[in-house]
Design a protein around this ligand. Structure first.
Ligand code: PLP
Length: 380
């Protein structure tokens, strides 16, 4: 069994993917060209934003947005404490200061009440200017964007939605990657919509921002890339990756999103009495980048992971360390009490195999093993 089975997906779409790659090679255009332009159109149609701008990866997508907004030294950017490193990394890279915010145990996402408190604290201290909030759609579930948007408006701050794991989710039909002033996603192979290498995109309705991003991602180009009007990056999505993504977006829309949601229901049915299973709030839809359960404590979690491994069942711990405990951020002063939920989640979470090609047999095997292991451990 695989944690995320990319081979089954390739086998099912082999002829279309091979043809798409072959067409790029025959044509001989490897940067830009038709597939990139087509993909950007399809992405903006799917997400429902005016613009979709592809780039090299999900990390640079966020960096480009922060560059475009002129975020830097003296600015405070609010990021969940429970996320992949990248979300905080891009803030520090821009020269701004990341302020980590605890999450809600039920959704794994940024807690709007604690966000409000963190912003008020920063204002009271007066050293940094609160500029941006980066809500993450963790494990595929959109963050509480309605509440966060109110807070941003109140404090006149910008929102950058980190939809690296959220692509495909929605709140009352409004798609992930369409919230905030701009949103980003990643096409890293294991993400809900993945390519065969690195890739990313930025989404926005803002024409001015879109134009700036088009320039920043190609060396700050003006009229063309030999006319450079600002300092930028080289951050493009390869033509071949775009061609592959066009095929995979169809599969994603046709059945993959429904397939992971069916797997989620099957898992929840079998595991609900034994562990804390993910609950999707009313009106929300998740793209299930991960299916993550919560155990009683660290020793139960670690024991379960080890025993599952012995049975050939792969699991992952997303995430084992809160952002505020990462060595890279050790220069910043933190109040441990501010991260109560994240601290316990890191000890108790376990992500199970999750992807559209998981069979009912696979799910049954994972669940019966979990129940057997927990029953035994808990009776001791
Ligand atoms: C994967 C990920 C990123 C970064 O995407 P890359 O394409 O790997 O650079 C950013 N944020 C979150 C939450 C992610 O999971």
């Amino acid at each position: 069994m695989e944690f995320r089975d990319l081979k089954s997906q390739y086998n099912r779409y082999k002829s279309e993917i091979d043809q798409a790659v072959q067409d790029v090679m025959t044509k001989g255009t490897f940067i830009g060209g038709g597939p990139v332009a087509d993909l950007e159109m399809e992405l903006s149609r799917y997400v429902g934003t005016k613009h979709a701008i592809t780039c090299a990866n999900g990390t640079e997508a966020m960096t480009l947005a922060l560059m475009a907004w002129g975020i830097g030294e003296g600015d405070a950017v609010f990021v969940p404490d429970f996320t992949f490193f990248s979300t905080g990394e891009v803030v520090a890279y821009s020269g701004a200061t990341p302020i980590f915010v605890d999450v809600e145990e039920d959704t794994f996402n940024m807690d709007p009440k604690k966000l409000e408190l963190a912003i008020q604290n920063a204002i009271k201290e007066g050293k940094l200017k609160p500029r941006v909030i980066i809500p993450v759609d963790l494990f595929g579930l959109p963050a509480d964007h309605p509440a966060i948007e109110k807070i941003a408006k109140k404090h006149q701050m910008l929102i950058l939605e980190d939809g690296a794991q959220g692509f495909g989710g929605n709140i009352d039909g409004k798609k992930a990657c369409s919230f905030g002033d701009a949103a980003t996603t990643s096409f890293f192979p294991a993400k809900p919509l993945g390519c065969y290498g690195d890739g990313g995109a930025i989404f926005t309705d803002d024409d001015h921002l879109a134009k700036l991003l088009q320039s920043l991602k190609v060396h700050g180009k003006g009229e063309n890339k030999y006319d450079n009007v600002r300092i930028g990056l080289n951050s493009r999505l390869d033509t071949m990756q775009a061609a592959i993504l066009k095929v995979k977006l169809k599969a994603f829309e046709n059945h993959e999103l429904e397939d992971v949601n069916r797997a989620y229901c099957n898992y929840n049915d079998m595991l609900g009495d034994w562990v804390k299973t993910p609950k999707i709030p009313k009106g929300y839809y998740s793209s299930f980048a991960q299916y993550t359960i919560i155990l009683k404590d660290k020793s139960e979690r670690d024991h379960l992971q080890k025993k599952l491994k012995d049975e050939g069942i792969p699991t992952m711990i997303y995430y084992i360390k809160p952002m505020h405990k990462q060595e890279a951020f050790e220069g910043n002063a933190f109040e441990e009490n501010d991260f109560e939920v994240t601290n316990t989640l890191c000890d108790r979470v376990l992500s199970l195999p999750m992807h559209p090609y998981l069979t009912e047999g696979d799910i049954h095997k994972v669940c019966t093993n979990i129940i057997k292991i927990l029953k035994e451990a808990r009776s001791n």
